[in-house]
Structure formats: structure tokens, C-alpha cells
Design a protein around this ligand. Structure first.
Ligand SMILES: Nc1ncnc2c1ncn2[C@@H]1O[C@H](COP(=O)(O)OP(=O)(O)O)[C@@H](O)[C@H]1O
Ligand SMILES: [Mg+2]
Length: 277
């Protein structure tokens, strides 16, 4: 079964279209990255997934349930958890465990079940030691992990991260990305990672690039990164290491597209040893 299906969806905030005739299918258990420069429609796409916004045209199904039907919204919102960009805007309670419990309380779960879900969610994001901590004392990365835990307490099948690492330092970013990768690989949750960090997109099974409300590129992350010139036309620049790969290839060293330093070093070594043979 597919987790997410967009069928010819258009949406405008009144004036011009933020999403134009967009079709997209995300399979259950898939990890997809959505790339695109500011204003390309990524957040609108996220909000359409759980009915926070309704399409002007086309339709959306989440696990075969139509988002357009009011009676499906409760189930859909339980199944699609969204973590947003700003770690400081997401806490609703001052203590970590209360914050994680909030959503679970809102869907009317029994006390013991909420307790179990808090345990599970804290463990999943590696924050067991902070159960009684004040949210305000946490680092940005820790706050986002608590935000993810709050969403996980609802046991969603789909996790959408809308630039959830954008305001974090490199360490916080890695913490969050490691957790998200595990939630996908080990728990089989479908992940939609909206990001403008190309290296994060490398962890995905598939990447799509958005521009002006449309999907303009689609493929495996390394396929997409190989299409360097095209990325630039959509205002997406490869990180420095990507440019180095390009330069090496142009210079006659056939390395693959990677944004991982160790992998690149390995590839260079392999190429050189082949050339010396
Ligand atoms: N609440 C809003 N009211 C009016 N226009 C909006 C609103 N939110 C977004 N837009 C516009 O819709 C387009 C897509 O925005 P958005 O989905 O936020 O893109 P992204 O997340 O890729 O930056 C942009 O042109 C933006 O200005
Ligand atoms: Mg956005």
C-alpha cells in the first residue's frame, strides 16, 4: 500500500499557486527527501498531507484514506506526524515528559498507555535521561528530538520533517538525522525529509526537487546530485564536497557522486590504485 498519494494537486493561498498540478506517490516504508529553495512549496506540501490545508484541485490519499473526507482526518492526523523547523516554537509544556504526553493525551489515550508511549518515544530518540528535565534547558538538537518523541508518541506511520534540522548546529543535525534514519530502517516508518542540506538527502531512498510548486527532478539522491547544472537552475547548489567530486571527475578521476568525506577518500584511493595497476 502507498503511504502518500498526491493526484494532480493544486493549491493557492489566494494569489498565485504554491502547488501546481503535483502528483507524487510515496510507498509505505520509503524514505524520501524533498529538496527545493525557499518558496518552492515544500511546507505547503507537508501541510496538505495531514489536512491542515485542503487542495483547490486534485486529491490526496494517505494509506488509501482520502484527506478530503472530514471523518478521515482524525486517523490521518494520528498517522502523519510533522516536526517543524523551529525547536523553540514546538514545546507545549515545560517538562520533557509532559511535552511528549501532550499529543497522546489529546487523542484520548489511557494513562498507562500514555506512560508506555512516553517510555518508547524517549528511548527511540535517546532522551531517557531527560524525562524530567526542563525543555528550556535543552540544546537545539535535544529539543528537536523531544519534538520527534512527541510525534512518535502518537505512533505515526509517516514522519514528515519540515526543515527540522535547519536551525541546529552540525552536531544537533547529525543527532536528529541518525534518529530519523533509525526510525525508518528499524521501525519501518515512512519518512518525508524536507531539507535544503543536500548531504541529508543522501540518506533517502529517493529524492524529489521542487521548484515553483512543481516536482522538477526525481531519482535516487546520487542520480540527482550528478545533474549538477540542472540543480543550479533551481537555485540548489551542491555543497563544497560535491563540487570537489565534480572537479575530480572532470580532471579524469572517475569518482561517484558522494557527499561523504570518508567515502570520497576511499574512492580516490581505489581510483588511484587502479590507475597504478
Ligand atoms: N500563509 C501563507 N499565505 C500566503 N502565501 C503563502 C503562505 N505560506 C506560503 N506562501 C507562499 O506559498 C509559496 C510556497 O511556500 P512554502 O510552501 O512555504 O515554500 P517552502 O516551504 O518551500 O519555502 C511561496 O510563494 C510563499 O510565499
Ligand atoms: Mg518551508
Amino acid at each position: 500500500m502507498n503511504a502518500i498519494e498526491f493526484h494532480n494537486v493544486s493549491f493557492s493561498y489566494g494569489g498565485s499557486f504554491a502547488i501546481r498540478n503535483l502528483s507524487l506517490t510515496v510507498g509505505e516504508g520509503e524514505f524520501i527527501a524533498v529538496l527545493g529553495h525557499n518558496g518552492s512549496g515544500k511546507s505547503t506540501l507537508a501541510r496538505l498531507c495531514n489536512g491542515l490545508l485542503e487542495p483547490d484541485e486534485g486529491w490526496i490519499d494517505i494509506f488509501s484514506l482520502s484527506v478530503g473526507k472530514r471523518r478521515n482526518l482524525f486517523t490521518i492526523r494520528k498517522n502523519v506526524g510533522i516536526v517543524f523547523q523551529n525547536p523553540d516554537n514546538q514545546a507545549v509544556a515545560s517538562i520533557v515528559e509532559d511535552d511528549i504526553a501532550f499529543g497522546a493525551e489529546n487523542i484520548g489515550l489511557a494513562r498507562e498507555e500514555i506512560g508506555r508511549r512516553i517510555d518508547f518515544a524517549l528511548k527511540a530518540v535517546g532522551m531517557e535521561a531527560y524525562r524530567h528535565a526542563a525543555c528550556s534547558r535543552l540544546s537545539g538538537g535535544q529539543k528537536q528530538r523531544v519534538a520527534i518523541a512527541g510525534v512518535l508518541a502518537l505512533d505515526p506511520k509517516v514522519l514528515i520533517l519540515d526543515e527540522a534540522t535547519a536551525m541546529l548546529d552540525p552536531r544537533g543535525r547529525r543527532e536528529v538525522m541518525d534518529i530519523v534514519t533509525r526510525l525508518n530502517r528499524e521501525q519501518g516508518r515512512t519518512v518525508v525529509l524536507i531539507t535544503h542540506f543536500m548531504e541529508e538527502a543522501l540518506r533517502a531512498d529517493r529524492a524529489v526537487v521542487m521548484n515553483r510548486g512543481e516536482i522538477v527532478m526525481q531519482g535516487t539522491p546520487s542520480d540527482i546530485f550528478e545533474r549538477h547544472e540542472e540543480l543550479i537552475t533551481y537555485n540548489l547548489a551542491l555543497p563544497r564536497i560535491g563540487c570537489i567530486c565534480e572537479a575530480l571527475k572532470q580532471g579524469g578521476l572517475p569518482v561517484g557522486a558522494t557527499l561523504d568525506e570518508e567515502k570520497l577518500a576511499e574512492e580516490i584511493a581505489q581510483c588511484l590504485s587502479r590507475q597504478n595497476d
